[in-house]
Design a protein. Structure first.
Length: 196
């Protein structure tokens, strides 16, 4: 796949930022929240045993003391899909598809001291998880190729360029300064990228 951005370093090396064609779903990670989604066409969120949204609502009402935070999930479906914890402005192509919930059990399993957590803090974690999942749904996941500076043979004057020296995939968001790509670069390139 073609690079969406190519950055040339001072010594001639190049960094190519390339869309990740087969990213790992962030729902396979250790998440603070559990996404309970219902959609007739898409398999969204996490696996669950609720047959209907009302089944989930009934469970939540019965276990309210175990719920630290719960946010609604909305989907906009038009030439691709995008997800948010807030409603979209288009009433025809969007609507609520479920919830993301953080339970005491889930947070304890991940090592959190639930007695010292406030729901506002947990809600911010859940919003970040939804933001990352939305990037996955929209294909806003990238990799990079680091290409060595061109080398010219003294004898034959043949130039070798575009030799790949490193690559890595699975970076969410397209800004290499912010998405973690810069952390994988050699120090001199990382510094040059951050100063650009």
């Amino acid at each position: 796949m073609n690079a969406i951005e190519t950055i040339q370093f001072n010594d001639g090396a190049k960094l190519e930022v390339i869309p990740d064609e087969s990213p790992e779903s962030p729902r396979s990670w250790d998440n603070n929240g559990i996404m309970v989604c219902f959609h007739r066409r898409y398999k969204l969120g996490d696996d669950h045993d609720y047959e209907t949204p009302q089944d989930f609502i009934d469970w939540k009402d019965e276990h309210d003391d175990e719920v630290i935070a719960c946010l609604p999930l909305y989907l906009y479906d038009h030439s691709g899909i995008t997800m948010s914890t807030g409603p979209f402005t288009c009433p025809w192509d969007s609507g609520q598809v479920g919830w993301i919930i953080a339970t005491r059990e889930q947070l304890i399993k991940l090592g959190h001291d639930v007695d010292n957590l406030c729901s506002t803090e947990v809600e911010s974690w859940l919003r970040e998880e939804v933001k990352t999942y939305d990037q996955f749904l929209r294909g806003d996941v990238y990799g990079f190729r680091l290409l060595a500076p061109p080398i010219t043979c003294d004898k034959c004057q043949h130039t070798v360029d575009d030799e790949e020296v490193d690559s890595c995939w699975g970076f969410y968001g397209d800004d290499p300064k912010e998405n973690g790509i810069s952390d994988h670069l050699p120090d001199k390139y990382r510094k040059e990228l951050q100063e650009a």
